[in-house]
Design a binder for this molecule. Sequence first.
Ligand SMILES: *Cc1c(COP(=O)(O)O)cnc(C)c1O
Length: 521
Amino acid sequence: MAYTNTYIDTRGATDGRTTFTQAIIRGIASGGGLFVPKVLPRLPLDTILEFARKPYAQGATAIFRAFGVDLPSQTIDACMEAAYATNFDTPAIAPVRSLDATTHILELFHGPTLAFKDMALQCMPRFFSASLSALRAADAPEAKEDFLILVATSGDTGKAALEGFADREHTSITVYYPYEGVSSLQQAQMLTTQGSNVCVYGLRGNFDTCQTAVKQAFGDAAFAEQLARDHHLRLSSANSINWGRLLPQVVYYVNAYAQMVASGAIAAGEPIDVCVPTGNFGNILAAWYAAECGTPIERLLCASNTNRVLADFINTGIYDIREREFVTTPSPSMDILVSSNLERQLFELNGRNAEEIRTWMRALHEEQRFTVSRPTFAALRERFSADWVSVDESLDTIREVYATHHYLLDPHTAVGYAVAERLRGPNPVLLAATAHWSKFGADVCRGLVGIQAGEPLPSELAGLDGFALIRYIAAHYEYAGEVPPRMAELEGKEQRFGEVFEANVEAVEASVEEFLRNIGR
Ligand SMILES: *Cc1c(COP(=O)(O)O)cnc(C)c1O
């Protein structure tokens, strides 16, 4: 084991001696804060550029070592080699496609579930298991039991977490999704998941009510006690507040910069801006960390959809959810009111002042609103710009980019593209493409043919199911490429799950008991 870093938390409740393995198992710090590394590494430009000459997994290992992960080097290597291998449909793992000299697309959708969550969730569960084994060998108290991962999902996280945790040692996972609230292909992806330790349930409600039910299960002390006593299990979550999900995302920004230099898209050392279609603020925060580590990323362009709380915050310094309604859009993974990773970003920008963070988070909880200090706002404005686009504009962008650049965007990436066009300055822009278009066939189709969200598709398409629709798009739009084999092979695959409950905590807890009985645990 080489150098070991430790972690502090954004609310200053822990002692600053937490290691990576402990941070990934604990997920959230004891006072409700989020873990961040005490020391950020600085990579020389030469080291960054070398990423283009080695396999993606080796670059990932280099980043984890630089961040001082307390696991033996061979363990890190083994996790990375398994995480970034033929489970991705390209050896580049996260290739960069240049649309022209100024716009470059970082394709983060080549993993098993065709969305960017795979970049972290193919990696994090392996480190979760490895960390648990290491802590258990050291007789650490937090590692005595096995773990049950509970996930509430609006679509993408659920499937990526199922794939990541399937048949992983010491863990089981149950996923809850809003029944009738995810795309038909997202549902098919989840219900056909293989693995002896996985289960999926639909809940009657929207994502918010699902998430509330799952959060209540997490907060139920009696339930936790019963799981520990009867099943030797502890609950954990796989969401992006876990540092183990964030660190793998730093890797692809470093790697992308190296690729852009290697392909001649930019000169070595030339600054770029990064634009990210944003929800929970994890992906864009990873780009900020990549910049802090020495990647020449100058500005961060934060793109929101109609749920524009982040764009408004970055433009005003006021985070205010009092008057906001949660709106459902064609980019559901960005439909969010409380963006949990913003807390980490503010901590990094306010001089790591935990007391100030506690004040702001208390205000958010009690008054649904907080205002950051002037110096923090100035620090934010120095690096970030933000804007939002309407639903119609995002779907129009799909058609325009297809026509001008012969490239088919998914609805999330389209939001990013439209915002990048508005906010771009002199630097080339790297746009994070967070999903493959085929996950959202119906809205991509609306964009291509020029009809509004929610409107019926033309009569010749209206009767097609999700699979037929994406085949239609692939057949009629030559630059769409083929339907990815992973999507195609879902059709006709046996659906292993299908139970649907009311969205409440009792149903969630009962389903956990049922699942544990079924797997004989
Ligand atoms: C999760 C997700 C996002 C939002 O990413 P954050 O890290 O939460 O900001 C954007 N697009 C897609 C397709 C996603 O799945």
